[in-house]
Design a protein around this ligand. Structure first.
Ligand code: 26V
Length: 801
């Protein structure tokens, strides 16, 4: 992933090499002849961190001197992935580092790949937060990201006989060189207990307290001009060690308070359907919100003495409802602890807070039983009741209460406590107004706004796809890295056959690299000229990986019928994790693996069709797959995928999309042009209507012979000869209730895939379509998204130009 070395970097390389050796000796305490790869990585990381730190401290000083409005991004997830390459690229030190390491007998690529992926997120929501942190720094917006420093990120996925097995993720087992521990800034967070009145004031006496310790990771923007901290909280006991118990020989008991407290930041919750451990999840939410708000107010009160100024100086973004308790907590801090009148406290809090919704799926909307909530946060429950009463006092037409179905609806709470509420794509935002928030939207018609998601082009083009970024820079200059809309300057070159050839050559080179990696690490030999067709994302029914694999089965059967025909060779790439308790998703994984085993071993068809499910999909795996892909599968049931961001990364890197009119697909198609996008399937409105048709699945199966036959192969044990019933569950689901309309969209998808194959046959036309996707994807930069939030939600201004 490295670029050609211009001569001017020699000075940087010399200085960097000296710093690497210095850190190896004095920070790591190792002699060069004894240093392992990890030691060198650490030494390089510290040398790079030094350079970020200067920029970071200067940024903080500049923000304070300007008295600037600060943005605080509260998120339970930050899926940041590896940081070293990102930092090198943004500091302009990638070439220097390559030279410096080569001098020391090391390959930068290997050093970079030694870094564990920080997987502190489930998927799109967490990755979005990570892209936002990078864009905030690139733009020069003073901001802090707040979250939890999980000891274990999302589980590591392995396959055993095709089945997903979850193993703990151990990113902190090695020293994490990027963070600064802040033992000095510890805060106490309380839980449980009771509430009472003293002289007209309400006092909460928690039954239990833990300490929150801050760890700061500076995130540097493009060209190193600005850096912001990602502040992650770690939980520990107030009195970590019970000496009394120890002295009485109770060694286990002596360590118990610490072990209990630490469970709060022990592990990231995989988004899941189960209710187990829910109390701990609520504890996590309040833990990081309470610590973050205390920190935010402390910073504010250092610089200003009038709480009325809070909305002018502080913007707090809630990433989904996970930090929704920030509403009542901020009211508590203002009213109970600082004596601000209640309604005024609500008003000030609302002036600061805004909320992003990331899903409309009813099963994913967060709610808490009053019992559990009140047990853990008795004062917050009272505050929420009063907020609810006042809100509906003001709006007696009652659009729906925070307390519905006997539970606290965190979406409603977030909406009521926010001055702006946003969706993450144009379609999703419209659906928010029509469905989940219909009533609230009617009483607050200006509150819901759209901010279509984006991705950082530094990680998702510049650094993951050197071949293409070098071509772009040679063609239109380097300005696109900061201003992705400049990609449109490629447009005049799209008619130039020589340019298209170079574009195709860059993709071909990426595919060759990927093929070699597949052969080396997975023993799968593939033809780099085959179409690389990828679906990489969490496994979920609404994302419809089962539609993809069913159509793959149909294609395999068709090739068998006529092996001599002119088939377009394809490699089907899958990647993604299933929540541990989500059995249907796990069955889909197993099916894909069983289909892969059968098809890859088929002497008749395997030269045309291969399938691979890459285990442990994560950010760094995405960075390998996306630059090498020709086709991007974005096939969710219309109306269900709030936005998608993988779809944007693929389009930017010149993969064509086969997709439904869902989430940001709609906008991608508008931007790249309908002729450069393979559209299929029902619209969101048609989906709703189709669900009401009795027997919709049976009718669809009767109308499509390939579908009926593919389902037949699931039923007759073709892919599970040792256990013929293994996939009856999936077949019955599709042929039965089929909530996500796999059967009803199958024929259209099958036809669209046939079009895709035909189109890929004309390589020059395909390459031109791919290049058009790149040239017209400038809109999908997270810089554009962040400017939207700054202007329309936060009222914040950049401090660099
Ligand atoms: C969570 C759950 C948990 C319970 C089982 C069903 C279910 C379904 C979906 C979710 C997702 C929760 C929120 C989320 O991650 N949304 C994603 O946010 C991305 C960033 O805005 C967006 O691109 C994705 O479309 C959206 O799914």
């Amino acid at each position: 992933t490295l670029h050609a070395v211009p001569a001017g970097d020699a000075i940087d390389a010399t200085a960097l090499k000296a710093d690497v050796l210095k850190h190896l000796t004095f920070t790591i305490g190792r002699a060069p002849e004894d240093a392992a790869l990890g030691d060198w990585r650490m030494a390089l990381s510290f040398a790079v961190r030094d350079r970020i730190t200067e920029s970071w401290l200067a940024s903080e000083r500049a923000a304070r001197e300007a008295g600037a409005k600060r943005v605080y991004y509260l998120s339970l997830e930050f899926l940041i992935g590896r940081l070293l390459e990102d930092a090198l690229v943004n500091l302009g030190l990638a070439e220097a580092a390559e030279v410096a390491l080569r001098d020391l007998g090391l390959a930068l690529g290997e050093v970079v790949a030694d870094e564990p992926d920080a997987a502190l997120g489930n998927g799109g929501l967490g990755r979005l937060a990570a892209c936002f942190m990078e864009s905030l720094a690139t733009i020069g917006c003073p901001a802090i990201g707040y979250g939890i420093r999980y000891e274990h990120g999302l589980f590591r996925q392995q396959f055993e006989h095709g089945r997903q097995v979850e193993l703990p993720e151990l990113w902190l087992e090695q020293q994490h060189p990027w963070e600064f521990e802040r033992p000095g800034s510890r805060l106490r967070v309380g839980f449980g207990g009771h509430v009472h009145q003293v002289e007209g004031r309400t006092i909460w006496h928690p039954a239990e307290e833990v300490e929150a310790e801050a760890f700061d990771t500076p995130i540097v923007g493009w060209e190193g001009q600005w850096a912001n901290p990602l502040r992650l909280w770690s939980a520990r006991a107030v009195y970590p060690f019970d000496l009394n118990r120890f002295n009485h020989g109770d060694f286990r008991g002596a360590a118990e308070p610490e072990a209990l407290a630490r469970t709060i930041s022990r592990v990231l919750y995989p988004d899941d359907t189960t209710d187990e451990g829910k109390a701990l999840r609520l504890k996590q939410e309040y833990f990081f919100v309470a610590a973050s708000l205390a920190d935010i107010l402390c910073r504010f009160e250092r610089d200003f003495d009038d709480l009325a100024l809070l909305p002018e100086k502080v913007a707090i973004q809630l990433n989904d409802t996970h930090p929704a308790v920030a509403g009542p907590e901020l009211v508590r801090l203002l009213h109970d602890e600082r004596g601000v009148e209640f309604s005024r406290a609500v008003e000030i809090a609302r002036g600061c807070l805004s909320y992003t919704n990331h899903t409309l799926l009813p099963e994913a909307l967060e709610s808490w039983s009053e019992g559990l909530f009140g047990h853990l946060l008795p004062r917050h429950l009272e505050i929420i009741e009063r907020i609810d009463a006042e809100h509906y006092g003001a709006h007696p037409d009652r659009p729906g209460s925070i307390f519905e179905h006997g539970e606290i609806q965190m979406g409603t709470l977030s909406f009521v406590m926010a001055h702006k509420v946003n969706g993450v794509s144009a379609l999703h935002t419209e659906l928010m107004k029509e469905t989940v928030f219909e009533g609230l939207h009617q009483v607050h018609p200006d509150r819901i706004v759209n901010q279509t998601n984006g991705v950082t082009p530094r990680r998702w083009l510049k650094s993951c796809n050197a071949a293409l970024s070098d071509l772009i820079t040679e063609t239109i200059g380097a300005g696109w890295v900061r201003d992705l809309s400049q990609l449109e300057r490629l447009e005049p070159h799209l008619g130039d056959g020589a340019f298209i050839n170079r574009y195709a050559a860059a993709k071909r080179a990426n595919k060759a690299v990927f093929s070699n990696w597949l052969a080396g690490d997975y023993g799968l030999k593939v033809d780099p000229d085959a179409m690389f067709d990828a679906q990489i994302k969490r496994i979920h029914e609404y994302k419809r990986q089962h539609l993809n694999i069913l159509q793959t089965i149909a294609a395999w059967q068709a090739i068998h019928d006529d092996p001599q025909a002119d088939w377009t060779p394809r490699l089907k790439i899958f990647g993604g994790k299933a929540a541990p308790g989500y059995h249907f998703a796990k069955d889909i994984i197993r099916l894909i693996n069983d289909v892969a085993a059968r098809l890859n071993a088929d002497p008749v068809t395997s030269k045309y069709l291969q399938v691979i499910f890459l285990p442990n999909y994560n950010v760094s795996l995405a960075e390998r797959i996306i630059p090498a892909s020709d086709l991007s599968e974005q096939i969710s049931t219309a109306g269900k995928e709030a936005s998608g961001t993988g779809n944007m990364k693929f389009a930017l890197n010149g993969a064509l999309t086969i997709g439904t009119l869902d989430g940001a697909n709609v906008e991608i198609r508008e931007q790249v042009g309908p002729e450069n996008f393979f559209l299929f399937g029902m619209t969101a409105a048609e989906v709703t209507a189709r669900r009401a048709v009795p027997d919709h699945a049976r009718r669809a199966i009767e109308g499509s012979a390939p579908l009926a036959r593919a389902l037949g192969a699931l039923r007759d044990g073709t892919f599970s000869p040792d256990e013929p019933g293994r996939y009856h569950g999936i077949a019955d689901n599709i042929a039965g209730g089929d909530h996500f309309l796999v059967a009803s969209d199958f024929a259209a998808y099958h036809a669209a895939q046939t079009d895709v194959s035909r189109a890929y046959g004309d390589r020059e036309t395909w390459a031109r379509m791919a290049a058009r996707n790149t040239a017209r994807s400038g809109w999908f930069s997270s810089d554009r998204t962040i400017r939207g939030y700054m202007g329309e939600i936060w009222g914040a201004a950049p401090l660099i130009d």
